[in-house]
Write a protein that binds this ligand. Structure first.
Ligand SMILES: Nc1nc2c([nH]c(=O)n2[C@H]2C[C@H](O)[C@@H](COP(=O)(O)OP(=O)(O)OP(=O)(O)O)O2)c(=O)[nH]1
Length: 136
């Protein structure tokens, strides 16, 4: 059985916008757009891991909401268990990233214009179809 990595990612919304980031060229999956986040560490809840990763990478705080999509995809002989959760900014919007060379607010119909890792496809589809964060 291939090893599984648990990755948490934040679908940060602001009005009609959805934040996505382009992975630095020298990283695994470099040049692809993604929802910011990273690997959860042992003992961390998904929400704790997300808050930590977004603070480290983007230097901003987020409120983590409910689950949008979770699924496992084999990528290069490894299983990526990608958990995408809704999130909102606590305060300021990010202006730069330690891990990305692009940060952009997308309208839903623009999400199909850029390239995503395969594990993100179901989440991107749900967003294009109009999935909304739970109210409250
Ligand atoms: N953050 C993020 N990673 C994704 C997404 N989709 C996807 O396939 N991945 C993959 C790419 C990587 O193989 C893995 C995440 O690893 P990472 O390198 O970003 O995690 P990390 O920040 O914890 O990295 P590190 O400390 O090990 O350097 O998940 C996504 O939407 N967001």
């Amino acid at each position: 059985m291939p090893a599984t990595i648990h990755v948490v990612a934040a679908v940060i919304t602001r009005g009609d916008g959805i934040l996505a980031c382009r992975r630095n060229a020298d990283r695994e999956a470099g040049g692809l757009w993604e929802f910011p986040g990273g690997k959860a560490e042992a003992g961390e809840s998904s929400a704790e891991a997300l808050v930590r990763e977004i603070c480290e990478e983007l230097g901003v705080g987020i409120h983590v909401g409910g689950l949008l999509h979770r699924g496992t995809t084999e990528v290069n002989g490894r299983l990526v268990d990608l958990e995408c959760r809704w999130a909102t900014l606590v305060d300021a919007a990010p202006v730069s990233s330690t891990d990305h060379d692009g940060i952009r607010w997308f309208r839903r119909d623009e999400l199909r214009d850029v390239d995503w890792p395969e594990p993100d496809q179901p989440t991107v589809e749900l967003l294009i179809e109009g999935a909304q964060p739970p109210v409250g």
